[in-house]
Design a protein around this ligand. Structure first.
Ligand code: FAD
Length: 446
Protein backbone atom coordinates (compact mmCIF):
# COMPACT_ATOMS: atom_id res chain seq x y z
CA UNK A 1 0.00 0.00 0.00
CA UNK A 2 3.02 2.31 0.24
CA UNK A 3 3.09 4.81 -2.56
CA UNK A 4 5.99 5.01 -5.00
CA UNK A 5 8.13 8.17 -4.60
CA UNK A 6 6.89 11.02 -6.76
CA UNK A 7 9.66 12.71 -8.81
CA UNK A 8 11.06 15.93 -7.40
CA UNK A 9 8.94 16.02 -4.24
CA UNK A 10 10.85 13.63 -2.01
CA UNK A 11 9.45 10.29 -1.00
CA UNK A 12 5.65 10.24 -0.94
CA UNK A 13 4.08 9.77 2.41
CA UNK A 14 2.37 6.46 3.06
CA UNK A 15 -1.37 6.80 2.42
CA UNK A 16 -3.40 5.46 5.33
CA UNK A 17 -6.64 5.87 7.19
CA UNK A 18 -6.32 6.02 10.94
CA UNK A 19 -8.28 4.52 13.80
CA UNK A 20 -7.49 6.46 16.95
CA UNK A 21 -7.68 4.09 19.95
CA UNK A 22 -8.55 5.63 23.34
CA UNK A 23 -11.05 3.82 25.55
CA UNK A 24 -11.38 0.85 23.18
CA UNK A 25 -8.09 -1.04 23.47
CA UNK A 26 -9.20 -4.16 21.61
CA UNK A 27 -9.55 -5.47 18.08
CA UNK A 28 -12.72 -7.52 18.67
CA UNK A 29 -16.18 -5.96 18.44
CA UNK A 30 -14.79 -2.45 18.10
CA UNK A 31 -17.29 -0.18 16.36
CA UNK A 32 -14.96 2.59 15.11
CA UNK A 33 -12.22 0.17 14.09
CA UNK A 34 -14.78 -1.90 12.20
CA UNK A 35 -16.00 1.17 10.31
CA UNK A 36 -12.44 2.15 9.45
CA UNK A 37 -11.65 -1.32 8.11
CA UNK A 38 -14.94 -1.55 6.21
CA UNK A 39 -15.17 1.94 4.77
CA UNK A 40 -11.56 3.06 4.36
CA UNK A 41 -9.05 0.23 4.48
CA UNK A 42 -5.24 0.60 4.84
CA UNK A 43 -5.93 1.30 8.50
CA UNK A 44 -3.15 2.35 10.82
CA UNK A 45 -3.88 2.28 14.57
CA UNK A 46 -2.89 5.29 16.66
CA UNK A 47 -2.66 5.76 20.41
CA UNK A 48 -1.52 8.96 22.11
CA UNK A 49 -0.13 9.02 25.65
CA UNK A 50 -1.60 12.41 26.42
CA UNK A 51 0.81 14.53 28.49
CA UNK A 52 -2.08 16.72 29.60
CA UNK A 53 -3.52 13.69 31.42
CA UNK A 54 -0.21 12.14 32.48
CA UNK A 55 1.17 15.36 33.96
CA UNK A 56 -1.81 15.61 36.31
CA UNK A 57 -1.11 12.18 37.84
CA UNK A 58 0.56 12.49 41.21
CA UNK A 59 2.49 9.22 41.24
CA UNK A 60 5.10 7.99 38.80
CA UNK A 61 3.96 4.48 39.65
CA UNK A 62 0.39 4.61 38.42
CA UNK A 63 -1.44 1.35 37.92
CA UNK A 64 -3.71 2.82 35.23
CA UNK A 65 -0.77 3.92 33.08
CA UNK A 66 0.79 0.50 33.59
CA UNK A 67 -2.54 -1.14 32.65
CA UNK A 68 -2.82 0.92 29.46
CA UNK A 69 0.80 0.20 28.55
CA UNK A 70 0.26 -3.54 28.99
CA UNK A 71 -3.03 -3.44 27.06
CA UNK A 72 -1.32 -1.57 24.24
CA UNK A 73 1.51 -4.08 24.18
CA UNK A 74 -1.09 -6.82 23.69
CA UNK A 75 -2.97 -4.83 21.07
CA UNK A 76 0.24 -4.09 19.19
CA UNK A 77 1.11 -7.78 19.20
CA UNK A 78 -2.34 -8.75 17.86
CA UNK A 79 -2.29 -6.09 15.17
CA UNK A 80 1.31 -7.04 14.31
CA UNK A 81 0.31 -10.70 13.93
CA UNK A 82 -2.27 -9.56 11.39
CA UNK A 83 0.45 -7.68 9.47
CA UNK A 84 -0.51 -4.19 10.64
CA UNK A 85 0.86 -1.62 13.02
CA UNK A 86 -0.07 0.78 15.75
CA UNK A 87 1.65 4.11 16.09
CA UNK A 88 2.13 5.12 19.73
CA UNK A 89 2.70 8.84 20.27
CA UNK A 90 3.55 10.67 23.48
CA UNK A 91 2.69 14.34 23.76
CA UNK A 92 -0.02 16.94 23.61
CA UNK A 93 -2.74 15.45 21.36
CA UNK A 94 -2.89 18.26 18.82
CA UNK A 95 0.90 18.29 18.47
CA UNK A 96 0.96 14.51 18.20
CA UNK A 97 -1.62 14.74 15.44
CA UNK A 98 0.46 17.34 13.59
CA UNK A 99 3.43 14.94 13.71
CA UNK A 100 1.26 12.12 12.37
CA UNK A 101 0.04 14.31 9.51
CA UNK A 102 3.63 15.14 8.62
CA UNK A 103 4.53 11.47 8.35
CA UNK A 104 1.41 10.11 6.64
CA UNK A 105 -1.05 11.11 4.01
CA UNK A 106 -4.19 10.53 6.04
CA UNK A 107 -7.36 9.86 4.08
CA UNK A 108 -9.82 9.50 6.96
CA UNK A 109 -9.92 9.16 10.75
CA UNK A 110 -12.25 7.14 12.95
CA UNK A 111 -12.52 6.96 16.70
CA UNK A 112 -15.05 6.00 19.37
CA UNK A 113 -16.90 8.51 21.53
CA UNK A 114 -15.45 9.71 24.78
CA UNK A 115 -17.92 11.85 26.71
CA UNK A 116 -15.75 13.32 29.44
CA UNK A 117 -15.66 17.12 29.23
CA UNK A 118 -11.89 17.29 28.59
CA UNK A 119 -12.15 14.62 25.91
CA UNK A 120 -14.93 16.52 24.18
CA UNK A 121 -12.73 19.64 24.03
CA UNK A 122 -9.73 17.59 22.80
CA UNK A 123 -11.79 15.94 20.05
CA UNK A 124 -13.18 19.28 18.96
CA UNK A 125 -9.64 20.66 18.53
CA UNK A 126 -8.43 17.56 16.67
CA UNK A 127 -11.61 17.56 14.53
CA UNK A 128 -10.88 21.18 13.53
CA UNK A 129 -7.28 20.37 12.63
CA UNK A 130 -8.38 17.43 10.49
CA UNK A 131 -11.17 19.46 8.87
CA UNK A 132 -8.63 22.18 7.98
CA UNK A 133 -6.75 19.53 5.99
CA UNK A 134 -9.95 18.17 4.45
CA UNK A 135 -9.72 14.87 6.34
CA UNK A 136 -13.04 13.33 7.40
CA UNK A 137 -13.23 12.56 11.15
CA UNK A 138 -15.99 10.17 12.20
CA UNK A 139 -16.77 9.07 15.75
CA UNK A 140 -18.91 6.16 16.93
CA UNK A 141 -20.74 4.86 19.97
CA UNK A 142 -18.76 2.07 21.58
CA UNK A 143 -18.36 2.50 25.34
CA UNK A 144 -21.97 1.80 26.27
CA UNK A 145 -25.17 0.25 24.98
CA UNK A 146 -27.01 3.59 25.10
CA UNK A 147 -25.55 7.08 25.30
CA UNK A 148 -26.26 10.80 25.06
CA UNK A 149 -29.99 11.25 24.48
CA UNK A 150 -30.89 7.70 23.47
CA UNK A 151 -32.74 7.00 26.74
CA UNK A 152 -34.91 10.02 27.47
CA UNK A 153 -38.19 10.77 29.23
CA UNK A 154 -41.42 10.94 27.22
CA UNK A 155 -41.16 14.75 27.18
CA UNK A 156 -37.69 14.61 25.62
CA UNK A 157 -35.76 15.64 28.74
CA UNK A 158 -33.03 13.53 30.37
CA UNK A 159 -33.74 11.30 33.34
CA UNK A 160 -32.32 12.29 36.71
CA UNK A 161 -33.77 9.39 38.71
CA UNK A 162 -32.33 5.93 38.25
CA UNK A 163 -35.38 3.63 38.50
CA UNK A 164 -37.43 5.15 35.64
CA UNK A 165 -34.21 5.52 33.60
CA UNK A 166 -33.42 1.84 34.06
CA UNK A 167 -37.00 0.92 33.11
CA UNK A 168 -36.77 2.91 29.88
CA UNK A 169 -33.26 1.52 29.25
CA UNK A 170 -34.66 -2.01 29.41
CA UNK A 171 -37.64 -1.11 27.18
CA UNK A 172 -35.27 0.40 24.62
CA UNK A 173 -33.24 -2.80 24.37
CA UNK A 174 -33.22 -4.67 21.07
CA UNK A 175 -30.81 -7.41 19.95
CA UNK A 176 -29.51 -4.85 17.46
CA UNK A 177 -28.13 -2.71 20.34
CA UNK A 178 -25.56 -5.33 21.24
CA UNK A 179 -24.91 -6.79 17.81
CA UNK A 180 -21.14 -7.24 17.65
CA UNK A 181 -19.09 -5.37 15.05
CA UNK A 182 -16.87 -8.04 13.45
CA UNK A 183 -13.76 -5.86 13.39
CA UNK A 184 -11.37 -8.71 14.17
CA UNK A 185 -12.49 -10.51 10.99
CA UNK A 186 -11.28 -7.68 8.77
CA UNK A 187 -7.77 -7.15 10.07
CA UNK A 188 -6.48 -8.06 6.61
CA UNK A 189 -7.50 -4.49 5.71
CA UNK A 190 -4.93 -3.00 8.07
CA UNK A 191 -2.16 -0.95 6.53
CA UNK A 192 0.76 -3.35 5.97
CA UNK A 193 3.52 -1.83 8.01
CA UNK A 194 6.91 -2.62 9.39
CA UNK A 195 6.88 -2.88 13.14
CA UNK A 196 6.51 0.61 14.60
CA UNK A 197 8.42 1.47 17.78
CA UNK A 198 6.55 1.76 21.05
CA UNK A 199 7.75 3.91 23.97
CA UNK A 200 8.50 2.06 27.17
CA UNK A 201 6.86 3.08 30.45
CA UNK A 202 10.14 4.79 31.36
CA UNK A 203 10.09 6.76 28.08
CA UNK A 204 6.80 8.34 29.11
CA UNK A 205 8.04 9.07 32.63
CA UNK A 206 6.46 6.19 34.57
CA UNK A 207 7.56 3.02 36.31
CA UNK A 208 6.19 -0.48 36.39
CA UNK A 209 3.77 -1.13 39.27
CA UNK A 210 2.57 -4.11 41.29
CA UNK A 211 -0.57 -4.16 39.11
CA UNK A 212 -2.43 -7.45 39.25
CA UNK A 213 -4.59 -7.31 36.12
CA UNK A 214 -8.05 -8.70 36.89
CA UNK A 215 -9.36 -11.37 34.55
CA UNK A 216 -11.54 -10.06 31.75
CA UNK A 217 -13.64 -13.21 31.82
CA UNK A 218 -17.16 -13.22 33.20
CA UNK A 219 -17.86 -16.74 34.47
CA UNK A 220 -21.45 -17.99 34.39
CA UNK A 221 -21.17 -19.05 38.04
CA UNK A 222 -20.23 -15.51 39.07
CA UNK A 223 -23.29 -14.09 37.32
CA UNK A 224 -25.57 -16.73 38.83
CA UNK A 225 -24.35 -16.10 42.38
CA UNK A 226 -23.92 -12.34 41.97
CA UNK A 227 -27.20 -11.30 43.67
CA UNK A 228 -26.19 -13.25 46.79
CA UNK A 229 -22.47 -12.53 46.92
CA UNK A 230 -22.05 -9.00 45.54
CA UNK A 231 -22.42 -7.21 48.87
CA UNK A 232 -19.82 -9.13 50.85
CA UNK A 233 -16.33 -7.66 50.53
CA UNK A 234 -14.56 -10.74 51.90
CA UNK A 235 -15.95 -12.82 49.02
CA UNK A 236 -14.73 -12.62 45.41
CA UNK A 237 -18.35 -12.12 44.33
CA UNK A 238 -18.07 -9.27 41.83
CA UNK A 239 -16.66 -9.25 38.32
CA UNK A 240 -13.70 -6.82 38.67
CA UNK A 241 -14.51 -5.78 35.11
CA UNK A 242 -14.49 -2.06 35.96
CA UNK A 243 -11.03 -1.37 34.54
CA UNK A 244 -11.74 -3.43 31.41
CA UNK A 245 -14.94 -1.49 30.78
CA UNK A 246 -13.05 1.76 31.41
CA UNK A 247 -10.34 1.11 28.84
CA UNK A 248 -12.38 -1.04 26.48
CA UNK A 249 -10.33 -4.20 26.89
CA UNK A 250 -13.73 -5.90 26.87
CA UNK A 251 -16.72 -4.99 24.72
CA UNK A 252 -19.42 -3.26 26.80
CA UNK A 253 -22.01 -4.64 24.36
CA UNK A 254 -20.83 -8.22 24.85
CA UNK A 255 -20.86 -7.83 28.65
CA UNK A 256 -24.36 -6.34 28.61
CA UNK A 257 -25.62 -9.13 26.34
CA UNK A 258 -24.23 -11.75 28.75
CA UNK A 259 -25.75 -9.95 31.73
CA UNK A 260 -29.14 -9.77 30.08
CA UNK A 261 -29.09 -13.52 29.53
CA UNK A 262 -27.81 -14.52 32.94
CA UNK A 263 -28.31 -11.92 35.67
CA UNK A 264 -30.68 -8.99 35.84
CA UNK A 265 -28.96 -7.79 39.03
CA UNK A 266 -25.66 -7.55 37.18
CA UNK A 267 -27.34 -5.82 34.24
CA UNK A 268 -28.73 -3.28 36.69
CA UNK A 269 -25.19 -2.33 37.73
CA UNK A 270 -24.19 -1.84 34.10
CA UNK A 271 -27.23 0.42 33.74
CA UNK A 272 -26.01 2.48 36.73
CA UNK A 273 -22.79 2.97 34.79
CA UNK A 274 -24.69 4.29 31.77
CA UNK A 275 -27.01 6.35 33.98
CA UNK A 276 -24.07 8.28 35.41
CA UNK A 277 -22.51 8.60 31.94
CA UNK A 278 -25.63 10.32 30.63
CA UNK A 279 -25.82 12.51 33.75
CA UNK A 280 -22.30 13.81 33.03
CA UNK A 281 -23.14 14.25 29.35
CA UNK A 282 -26.29 16.28 30.04
CA UNK A 283 -24.99 18.08 33.15
CA UNK A 284 -21.21 18.54 32.74
CA UNK A 285 -21.23 21.03 35.65
CA UNK A 286 -21.42 18.03 38.05
CA UNK A 287 -17.71 17.54 37.46
CA UNK A 288 -17.12 20.35 39.96
CA UNK A 289 -20.48 21.20 41.51
CA UNK A 290 -23.18 19.33 43.37
CA UNK A 291 -26.02 18.20 41.12
CA UNK A 292 -28.43 19.81 43.60
CA UNK A 293 -27.27 23.40 43.83
CA UNK A 294 -28.68 23.89 47.35
CA UNK A 295 -25.91 21.60 48.70
CA UNK A 296 -23.38 24.32 47.90
CA UNK A 297 -24.43 25.75 51.26
CA UNK A 298 -23.12 22.82 53.34
CA UNK A 299 -20.24 24.26 55.43
CA UNK A 300 -17.59 21.58 54.94
CA UNK A 301 -15.11 21.17 57.74
CA UNK A 302 -11.47 21.97 57.10
CA UNK A 303 -10.22 19.20 59.32
CA UNK A 304 -6.98 18.14 57.59
CA UNK A 305 -6.15 15.66 60.34
CA UNK A 306 -9.49 13.89 59.94
CA UNK A 307 -9.08 13.77 56.16
CA UNK A 308 -5.54 12.36 56.54
CA UNK A 309 -6.80 9.69 58.97
CA UNK A 310 -9.47 8.72 56.44
CA UNK A 311 -6.97 8.55 53.55
CA UNK A 312 -4.56 6.39 55.54
CA UNK A 313 -7.19 4.05 56.97
CA UNK A 314 -6.73 5.14 60.60
CA UNK A 315 -10.20 6.33 61.60
CA UNK A 316 -10.73 3.62 64.21
CA UNK A 317 -13.73 2.26 62.23
CA UNK A 318 -12.51 -1.10 60.89
CA UNK A 319 -14.69 -1.32 57.78
CA UNK A 320 -13.71 2.21 56.74
CA UNK A 321 -10.02 1.61 57.43
CA UNK A 322 -9.96 -1.78 55.70
CA UNK A 323 -11.46 -0.22 52.57
CA UNK A 324 -9.06 2.70 52.50
CA UNK A 325 -6.07 0.39 52.97
CA UNK A 326 -7.31 -2.03 50.30
CA UNK A 327 -7.59 0.92 47.91
CA UNK A 328 -3.99 2.02 48.44
CA UNK A 329 -2.61 -1.51 48.40
CA UNK A 330 -4.43 -2.80 45.32
CA UNK A 331 -6.22 0.01 43.46
CA UNK A 332 -9.54 -1.68 44.18
CA UNK A 333 -12.22 -1.25 46.82
CA UNK A 334 -15.41 -3.24 47.04
CA UNK A 335 -18.57 -1.31 46.13
CA UNK A 336 -20.24 -1.77 49.53
CA UNK A 337 -17.11 -0.44 51.22
CA UNK A 338 -16.83 2.46 48.75
CA UNK A 339 -20.34 3.45 49.85
CA UNK A 340 -19.46 3.24 53.55
CA UNK A 341 -16.12 5.07 53.28
CA UNK A 342 -17.60 7.83 51.10
CA UNK A 343 -20.54 8.35 53.41
CA UNK A 344 -18.19 8.39 56.41
CA UNK A 345 -16.08 11.18 54.91
CA UNK A 346 -19.00 13.37 53.82
CA UNK A 347 -21.27 12.77 56.81
CA UNK A 348 -19.29 11.61 59.86
CA UNK A 349 -16.34 13.88 59.14
CA UNK A 350 -18.23 16.56 57.16
CA UNK A 351 -15.27 16.81 54.78
CA UNK A 352 -16.07 18.07 51.27
CA UNK A 353 -16.96 15.04 49.14
CA UNK A 354 -14.84 16.46 46.29
CA UNK A 355 -11.68 15.76 48.31
CA UNK A 356 -12.74 12.14 48.68
CA UNK A 357 -13.67 11.97 45.02
CA UNK A 358 -10.18 13.20 44.09
CA UNK A 359 -8.55 10.66 46.43
CA UNK A 360 -10.50 7.82 44.80
CA UNK A 361 -9.62 9.23 41.36
CA UNK A 362 -5.96 9.07 42.30
CA UNK A 363 -6.00 5.46 43.45
CA UNK A 364 -8.82 3.54 41.76
CA UNK A 365 -7.70 1.28 38.93
CA UNK A 366 -11.25 1.40 37.55
CA UNK A 367 -11.51 5.18 37.98
CA UNK A 368 -14.24 6.52 35.71
CA UNK A 369 -15.13 10.20 36.06
CA UNK A 370 -18.89 9.74 35.58
CA UNK A 371 -19.22 6.77 37.98
CA UNK A 372 -16.89 8.18 40.61
CA UNK A 373 -18.57 11.56 40.58
CA UNK A 374 -22.10 10.15 40.46
CA UNK A 375 -21.49 7.76 43.33
CA UNK A 376 -19.72 10.36 45.45
CA UNK A 377 -22.58 12.77 44.97
CA UNK A 378 -24.95 9.95 45.85
CA UNK A 379 -23.06 9.21 49.09
CA UNK A 380 -22.84 12.89 50.05
CA UNK A 381 -26.56 13.39 49.46
CA UNK A 382 -26.15 16.06 46.79
CA UNK A 383 -26.47 13.84 43.72
CA UNK A 384 -29.33 13.51 41.28
CA UNK A 385 -30.81 10.37 42.82
CA UNK A 386 -29.01 10.48 46.12
CA UNK A 387 -29.48 8.89 49.50
CA UNK A 388 -31.37 11.48 51.61
CA UNK A 389 -29.04 13.49 53.84
CA UNK A 390 -30.64 12.22 57.03
CA UNK A 391 -29.77 8.62 56.17
CA UNK A 392 -26.33 8.15 57.70
CA UNK A 393 -24.71 4.72 57.43
CA UNK A 394 -23.54 3.26 60.70
CA UNK A 395 -20.09 1.77 59.94
CA UNK A 396 -20.51 -0.79 62.76
CA UNK A 397 -23.90 -1.89 61.50
CA UNK A 398 -22.58 -2.16 57.93
CA UNK A 399 -19.71 -4.30 59.15
CA UNK A 400 -22.03 -6.60 61.14
CA UNK A 401 -24.22 -7.05 58.08
CA UNK A 402 -21.67 -7.39 55.31
CA UNK A 403 -18.56 -8.70 57.04
CA UNK A 404 -20.19 -10.66 59.87
CA UNK A 405 -17.18 -12.80 60.76
CA UNK A 406 -14.67 -9.97 60.26
CA UNK A 407 -12.72 -11.77 57.51
CA UNK A 408 -12.46 -8.63 55.38
CA UNK A 409 -11.41 -6.22 58.11
CA UNK A 410 -8.81 -8.61 59.51
CA UNK A 411 -7.32 -9.08 56.04
CA UNK A 412 -6.48 -5.38 55.82
CA UNK A 413 -5.90 -4.46 59.46
CA UNK A 414 -3.40 -6.86 61.00
CA UNK A 415 -3.22 -4.84 64.23
CA UNK A 416 -6.99 -5.01 64.78
CA UNK A 417 -7.79 -5.85 68.39
CA UNK A 418 -4.39 -4.66 69.65
CA UNK A 419 -3.50 -1.34 71.26
CA UNK A 420 -1.83 -0.30 67.99
CA UNK A 421 -5.22 0.13 66.37
CA UNK A 422 -6.58 3.67 66.88
CA UNK A 423 -9.70 4.61 68.83
CA UNK A 424 -12.56 5.99 66.67
CA UNK A 425 -11.73 9.56 65.65
CA UNK A 426 -15.35 10.55 66.10
CA UNK A 427 -18.26 9.03 68.01
CA UNK A 428 -20.91 7.61 65.66
CA UNK A 429 -24.00 8.90 67.51
CA UNK A 430 -22.47 12.38 67.85
CA UNK A 431 -21.33 12.46 64.21
CA UNK A 432 -24.68 11.29 62.91
CA UNK A 433 -26.54 13.99 64.81
CA UNK A 434 -24.02 16.65 63.76
CA UNK A 435 -24.28 15.66 60.10
CA UNK A 436 -28.07 15.76 60.05
CA UNK A 437 -28.16 19.12 61.84
CA UNK A 438 -25.48 20.66 59.62
CA UNK A 439 -27.10 19.49 56.40
CA UNK A 440 -30.59 20.49 57.58
CA UNK A 441 -29.52 24.00 58.53
CA UNK A 442 -27.61 24.49 55.26
CA UNK A 443 -30.55 23.34 53.17
CA UNK A 444 -33.02 25.49 55.13
CA UNK A 445 -30.83 28.53 54.51
CA UNK A 446 -31.36 28.16 50.75
P1 FAD B 1 -19.35 -5.43 39.59
O1 FAD B 1 -20.17 -5.47 40.83
O2 FAD B 1 -18.90 -6.71 39.03
O3 FAD B 1 -20.22 -4.61 38.54
C1 FAD B 1 -20.01 -4.74 37.12
C2 FAD B 1 -19.81 -3.38 36.52
O4 FAD B 1 -20.97 -2.58 36.69
C3 FAD B 1 -18.69 -2.57 37.16
O5 FAD B 1 -17.43 -2.96 36.69
C4 FAD B 1 -19.08 -1.15 36.75
O6 FAD B 1 -18.71 -0.88 35.44
C5 FAD B 1 -20.60 -1.20 36.84
N1 FAD B 1 -21.06 -0.74 38.16
C6 FAD B 1 -21.27 -1.48 39.26
N2 FAD B 1 -21.74 -0.71 40.26
C7 FAD B 1 -21.80 0.54 39.78
C8 FAD B 1 -22.20 1.79 40.33
N3 FAD B 1 -22.66 1.91 41.59
N4 FAD B 1 -22.10 2.90 39.56
C9 FAD B 1 -21.65 2.81 38.29
N5 FAD B 1 -21.28 1.66 37.72
C10 FAD B 1 -21.35 0.54 38.45
N6 FAD B 1 -17.16 2.51 39.45
C11 FAD B 1 -16.30 2.74 38.45
O7 FAD B 1 -16.33 2.01 37.44
N7 FAD B 1 -15.37 3.75 38.52
C12 FAD B 1 -15.29 4.57 39.59
O8 FAD B 1 -14.44 5.49 39.62
C13 FAD B 1 -16.19 4.34 40.68
N8 FAD B 1 -16.13 5.11 41.80
C14 FAD B 1 -17.02 4.87 42.82
C15 FAD B 1 -17.01 5.71 43.95
C16 FAD B 1 -17.89 5.49 45.00
C17 FAD B 1 -17.87 6.41 46.19
C18 FAD B 1 -18.80 4.42 44.94
C19 FAD B 1 -19.77 4.17 46.06
C20 FAD B 1 -18.83 3.59 43.81
C21 FAD B 1 -17.97 3.82 42.74
N9 FAD B 1 -17.99 3.00 41.59
C22 FAD B 1 -17.13 3.27 40.56
C23 FAD B 1 -19.04 1.99 41.41
C24 FAD B 1 -18.67 0.57 41.89
O9 FAD B 1 -18.20 0.61 43.20
C25 FAD B 1 -17.65 -0.10 40.99
O10 FAD B 1 -18.06 -0.05 39.65
C26 FAD B 1 -17.46 -1.56 41.36
O11 FAD B 1 -17.13 -1.70 42.71
C27 FAD B 1 -16.35 -2.15 40.50
O12 FAD B 1 -16.13 -3.49 40.85
P2 FAD B 1 -16.56 -4.66 39.87
O13 FAD B 1 -16.04 -4.38 38.51
O14 FAD B 1 -16.19 -5.94 40.53
O15 FAD B 1 -18.13 -4.44 39.87
Amino acid sequence: MNRAPSPGRGPAKPRVSIHWFRRDLRTADNHGLYRALQDHGAVLGLFIFDVEILSRLEDREDRRVDFIHRALTGLRYEIGEAGGGILVEHGQPLEAWRRVLEKFEVTAVTTNHDHEPRAIARDKAVGELLASRGIPFRTFKDTSVFERDEVMKGDGTPYTVFTPYSRRWRESWTPECVRPFPSARHLDRLWRSRSLPMPSLGDIGFRETDLDVPSHRLPVALLRHYPKTRDFPAVAGTSRLGVHLRFGTVSPRAIAARAREESDTFLNELIWREFFMQILWHHPRVERRPFRAEYEAVPWSRDDAAFAAWCEGCTGYPIVDAGMRELRATGFMHNRVRMVTASFLAKHLLVDWRLGEAWFARWLLDFELSSNNGNWQWAAGCGCDAAPYFRVFSPERQQEKFDPDGAYVRRWIPELGTTDYPQPIVDHAFARKRAIETYRKALESK
